[in-house]
Design a binder for this molecule. Sequence first.
Ligand code: DGY
Length: 321
Amino acid sequence: MSKPKVWISRPFFPDIVDRLRPYFEVCAETEDRKHSADELAVCLADADAAIIGLVERIDAATIAGAPRLRFVANLGVGHNNLDLDALSAAGIGASNTPDVLNETVADYAWALMLAAARRVGAAERWLRAGHWQGFRFEGWLGADVHGKTIGILGMGRIGQAIARRASGFRSKVLYHNRSRLDPRIEHDCGATYVDKATLLAESDHLILVLPFTAQNRHAIGAAELAAMKPTATLVNIARGGIVDEAALARALADGVIAAAALDVFEGEPAIHPDLLKLENIVLSPHIASASRDTRRDMAALAVDNVLAAFGHGPHAGRPPT
Ligand code: DGY
């Protein structure tokens, strides 16, 4: 009997891919790029399983053209690219990569917050452009992070990892979430639950970590930005669609808030042109989980989940996370 076929949409770590080979015919792409709906249709036409990047959309139309597909492993914790209802209606299993990336993404949220608050990107661009004539006492003043109030909107496991880092900075952490955390978890990560209005009004630095759904598209728009402190920093490491980018560009240009940092964009890789004109924003290409160790862990988890879904490997029989 021929082996089932697994299609891998991105090249990654050959030693991890090799773990599939005893059980699967492996068809791994060699170019690290998004595949269009038409390309997906071709690649999935005879695939039994797929490991995909988090920008490839699997919906009812894709599934209709993939009669053998039994399992999809998403290389990311966010899974707004998967139509879970359509997958489940077709009896296709799905997994994402939670937990293995929590600490790495939390590190990066802090990196962006510090960079935006202390104007690291703009200062470096200015220096490289040859403008630096010597030390200036009142030059490049930014906002402190230590001792300030950090707000977290969306308090899952990544939000909690971000919060735990605050104790070394002696920062206060406020959070808002659909549901309040167990008091023991609140205590462990030193975070206090508040309503969204209080979070917006009191945060010196607000970090967005909520999952993207149809309901929270543009959850941060002109009204929410106007409710923040004029000295505040906004950081988005969740999904681009959560922020109204045109409203954010206006707010940054008009001094409604002081600074922002975005790792994700609504139409990525396209960036709203008004954001590119601003100096008080740090922009990065969706790399919050991109450490060498974590990307290996994410790849290994995706491979484990495919193996388990087909009854192989150490996690066989365990439902994928
Ligand atoms: C994810 O896994 O959803 C992140 O966006 C990756 O950085």
